[in-house]
Design a protein around this ligand. Structure first.
Ligand code: USQ
Length: 393
């Protein structure tokens, strides 16, 4: 299948391009290197060194024996998008090309507007390009479990039966996002669903949990093929940040009570799930939702797991709960359905300790590199708009 990956230079896009190529698909990628710029803006860099795209492409050809077609450009630039789609004629698009950080979107009005413009407009341009150029193409759109928020109810896979005044209708389950970033994905969900409904296009909207890990199943040995790993306060998730804090001897920082729960899945499982979605497309006109995660933990559980695994590697990280810079529920129900991918044959790895060990081993190699950007680890972006990090110091 011809698969186009938007955001191919990112954490998920780069391994996915390799994984799909090895699975026999013809892959093209789009990127404008914005992730590298955003992380630079945060005063940070990937903990695992990554090479420029030109070198990535050479290594890709040497390793897989195949070329990756690469289009450099902005997904909000209509003529660029149209030309790329006309040239490659994708049969599936994996849409990863969005600004993915909740804290970044909460910095100020400029960052909030940028996040929603980049994410929502980019997706809209793609919906039009699909309609006009490749109407049979399957859009695999990356949403987030954070779209649902923590509503104190069980969470279905996208839809539920709403009963009102004696009548029942199948409706989208209400979304209750907690950052401008997560809200941008809610807007995308509404737009993608409507495109399927009115134009007869087809999409899988993936409500993905937090992906972690540095390795994937068919990863080659060439270091130029490694994927990035961020740990700054915006682009590092809690799990990434805790691992890097552990490696450089800083306390791990659950926010508030540390009882916030999230769904997690390893990078290798994210690759497997996305491949299953691509290879099992919905019918023309269908919009479907997958809740894509494997295990649920709260952030203190995570820190304790990292502490335990870290000790086997000679680390001895402390856990220090700090004032929560976000407005979010810290004590909440979290029981989302996630059956659709299992029905398609997804076999979860279920080895978080093994993944954490590999992550920590890979990061220990780059301890100096992480320590050189220690400042970027400290969280000071607060949901009330102030910037203060005194408690951590
Ligand atoms: N947290 C801490 N300590 C930290 C950093 C975060 O306790 O040092 C807490 C946060 O308060 C939050 C939880 O950890 O309650 C998760 O935060 P996160 O930064 O790990 O992840 P989140 O903001 O939810 O966003 C990440 C990705 C995003 C993706 C989402 C999936 O950045 O792209 O959409 O995970 S999900 O969490 O399922 O919505």
């Amino acid at each position: 299948m011809r698969v186009l990956i938007t955001g191919v230079d990112g954490y998920l896009g780069w391994p996915l391009a390799q994984h799909l190529t090895r699975a026999g698909h013809e892959v093209a990628g789009i990127d404008d290197y914005s992730r590298r710029r955003w992380v630079g803006e945060m005063g940070s860099q990937s903990a695992i060194p990554i090479v420029p795209m030109a070198d990535r492409l050479i290594a890709f050809r040497e390793e897989t024996g195949k070329s990756l077609r690469f289009f450099k450009g902005d997904l909000c630039d209509r003529s660029f998008v149209v030309n790329a789609y006309k040239s490659f004629k994708p049969e599936a698009i994996v849409y990863l090309g969005e600004m993915p950080s909740a804290p970044y979107s909460m910095i100020d009005a400029e960052h909030a507007v940028y996040t929603q413009t980049n994410n929502v407009m980019g997706t809209l341009e793609t919906l039009y390009a699909i309609r006009d150029i490749v109407p049979d193409c399957h859009l695999v759109k990356l949403g987030t479990m954070g779209e649902y928020g923590t509503p104190d109810l069980d969470i279905p896979e996208g839809f539920f039966d709403l009963e009102f005044r004696g009548r029942t209708a199948r409706m989208m389950f209400p979304r209750k996002a907690g950052s401008w970033y997560h809200q941008s994905k809610v807007h995308d969900t509404n737009n993608v669903e409507m495109a399927c409904r009115i134009w007869g296009t087809r999409s899988t909207d993936i409500m993905q949990g937090v992906v972690y890990g540095t390795r994937w199943d068919d990863m080659g040995s060439d270091t130029r093929l490694r994927t990035r790993f961020d740990f700054d306060q915006c682009f590092g998730t809690a799990i990434n940040r805790f691992c890097c804090q552990a490696v450089i001897g800083l306390p791990m920082t659950p926010f508030g009570k540390g009882t916030q729960k999230r769904g997690f899945l390893p990078l290798r499982d994210s690759m497997a799930c996305l491949t299953l979605a691509i290879e099992n497309p919905p019918e023309q006109g269908e919009y479907r939702t997958f809740n894509q995660f494997e295990e649920v933990y709260n952030v203190t559980d995570l820190a304790e797991k990292i502490q335990k695994v870290g000790k086997t590697l000679g680390l001895n990280p402390e856990i220090r709960c700090i004032d929560n810079p976000r407005f979010e529920d810290e004590v909440h129900r979290y029981n989302p359905d996630h059956q659709a991918l299992l029905d398609l044959g997804y076999k979860p790895t279920r080895d978080m300790d093994g993944e954490l060990k590999a992550m920590l081993q890979d990061l220990i190699e780059h301890k100096e590199r992480i320590a050189s950007r220690e400042d970027a680890v400290f969280p000071d972006i607060r949901w009330d708009g102030s910037r203060s990090r005194s408690e951590y110091l």
